[in-house]
Design a binder for this molecule. Structure first.
Ligand code: UTP
Length: 409
């Protein structure tokens, strides 16, 4: 794109400030900025006005979960199916590591965070150790691990894992791919600049994983290897089981498009998204969308009917995903801390949220599918998320939970 066209495009979206320092840039920087302007979808910035406003939702109904008691009873049956499926090479895993982890406040990718106390124990290391449990249960069948990064953290992630020899995982069983980016703006929808020649961008949300895999040409790999099921999981839950045979088996046996790990809520108003049906399709209702009536509703056993929170660990049927791949998912506006250059071109790293990022979320993918099996896991054994430095869902709380599970830190 040439300068004049870039100027026109920016004018159409009220973003002329992007070229403020153009004359000071080197030729290479000028070209990079013009390319970024060409590639940026400024139409999404309109969504700023939706910040804090919920989206129109359909009719909610409860969706029964496969509970721990039932899973225990059928554990051998599920595990056998799961082990067979893994040994047949039909299962892959995708680590969602494209996020910025702004709440944790480290400049490195979240997976590089060391949660060890007496020795280094990195988050990535914990996840690989958990994945190795599955490999061992499946008699040494390695699962292809795809790692989603973003352009912001890819190089650091790859270098770190290489330096640590993938914590023992075979390198030829690991494939990286980068997710797409979206511009980040102030509350009025004016994009921030992260440098004189660069618009601020952030990863486009955790639902970007499948379309980014397709873009990277990785469907060929999935088909060539005969992969039918993909377990996606967040980088920050250091206790999660990954593609564990029992979960794989239960999902395959149920014949659903997707299995979702869920935990029983601590309290009816706990701040977690709850698995349910929305207009007859699987969906997730946010805690603030639960009416009193829904919180009071009971299932056939007299238990709360909206009782199972999602933990960002899903087993997707690949074919089912491919069928919905062309659908456009809704865009969520989230308030975040966005680094930017001020009027004197000094880089500012804000202490509190200062604008909007735009994300597509996995929960909207689930809603496009026909069926989903909520699969209950024991929170204390499988859910230790690290979102914050201290307090709830923090390094401290995760360490505590690791200790309770006999993991040496
Ligand atoms: P979070 O929603 O906790 O976001 O991500 P985050 O970016 O890691 O952290 P904060 O909100 O800035 O503090 C949940 C999971 O989804 C991944 C994250 O890496 C994490 O595993 N994710 C999130 C992506 O892979 N891409 C994204 O664009 C966003």
């Amino acid at each position: 794109m040439d300068f004049i066209k870039a100027q026109e495009k920016l004018k159409a979206f009220g973003q002329e400030h992007v070229l403020k320092y153009y004359d000071e840039l080197s030729d290479a920087e000028k070209e990079a900025l013009l390319t970024q302007i060409e590639e940026t979808d400024f139409t999404i910035l309109e969504n700023c006005k939706n910040l804090g406003k919920g989206q129109a939702r359909g009719k909610f109904e409860p969706l029964a979960a496969l509970q721990v008691s039932e899973i225990e009873k059928r554990k051998d049956e599920f595990t056998k199916i799961g082990v067979e499926t893994i040994k047949a090479g039909k299962v892959a895993a995708v680590l969602l590591a494209g996020g910025m982890g702004t709440r944790l406040g480290s400049d490195d990718p979240k997976g590089m965070y060391n949660i060890g106390l007496t020795k280094p124990v990195y988050i990535f290391q914990r996840l690989i150790e958990n994945l190795m449990d599955t490999v061992n249960q499946a008699e040494g069948s390695y699962i292809h691990l795809f790692i989603m990064t973003s352009e912001k953290n890819n190089d650091a992630t790859v270098a770190f894992l290489k330096e640590h020899k993938f914590f023992g995982y075979p390198e030829d069983k690991v494939t990286f791919f980068k997710q797409d980016m979206a511009p980040a703006s102030d509350y009025d929808g004016k994009v921030y600049m992260e440098g004189k020649g660069r618009i601020s961008t952030s990863p486009n949300g955790n639902a970007g994983w499948y379309s980014s895999m397709l873009k990277a040409g990785l469907r060929d790999t999935l088909l060539k290897e005969g992969i039918e099921w993909i377990d996606i999981f967040a980088v920050d839950n250091v206790l999660q089981r990954i593609a564990d045979p029992c979960f794989v088996g239960a999902t395959v046996e149920a014949g659903v498009s997707c299995g979702a790990k869920v935990v029983r809520k601590n309290a009816p108003d706990e701040k977690v998204g709850v698995m349910c049906l929305e207009d007859g399709r699987p969906s997730i209702v946010e805690y603030y969308e639960l009416s009193q009536e829904m919180m009071d509703a009971k299932d056939a056993n007299g238990d709360p009917a909206y009782n199972y929170g999602v933990i960002l660990n899903y087993m997707f049927n690949e074919k089912a995903l491919y069928e919905i791949a062309k659908k456009t998912l809704p865009l969520h506006v989230v308030e975040k801390k966005i680094p930017y250059i001020d009027e004197n071109a000094n880089l500012v790293k804000p202490e509190s949220p200062n604008g909007c990022k735009f994300e597509q979320l996995v929960l909207d993918m689930i809603h496009e599918l026909d069926t989903c099996l909520p699969y209950e896991v024991v929170r204390e054994h499988e859910f230790a998320p690290i979102k914050n430095k201290e307090g709830v869902d923090s390094v401290e709380s995760a360490r505590e939970l690791c200790k309770k599970n006999g993991i040496e830190l």
